[in-house]
Design a protein around this ligand. Sequence first.
Ligand code: ADP
Length: 161
Amino acid sequence: MKKKAVFPGSFDPFTIGHEAIIRRALSMFDEIIVAVGANALKKNYYSLETRKEMIRKVFRDEPRVRVDHYGGLTVDFCKRNGADYLLRGLRTAADFEFERAIGQVNKSLAPGIETVFLLTVPEHSFINSTIVRDIIRSGGDASKFVPAAINLRDYKGTDEQ
Ligand code: ADP
């Protein structure tokens, strides 16, 4: 049976930290579904379509990575897609505490789904979407924090349209 993992997140925007976790996880899984959270209550900087398009660009030559979006519970999205694994990245102790609670709740909701954590490489441990977004909003150059395939000049934030 194919090993499928879901990598859920806001990806607002997708960074080199996210990309590295997915590329490393490709040695563990046959398919990875990058699942962009479509949360109507959360005000995102980039639209759902923009976030998906950016990620698709990064993996356009990698057929084992699929990009989708979802609302509702992450474990329900996993079940609908036949994925037995949830992939998450860990940067800091704060990430760990946050992820521990979510991982344990997910385990109790869906015992058949395992959450797998990959520790970030040290060079990426300070990179997070909030900071990257703040640089972009303030007119700075954030290109070194996003994959080379993403040209930030091609995309507008929802508050600039
Ligand atoms: P969420 O809103 O679910 O936290 P994010 O897009 O911020 O969504 O993150 C998605 C996943 O990627 C999370 O597991 C997060 O810990 C991980 N992640 C974010 N930035 C990095 C990074 N620089 N290195 C490794 N993992 C990261």
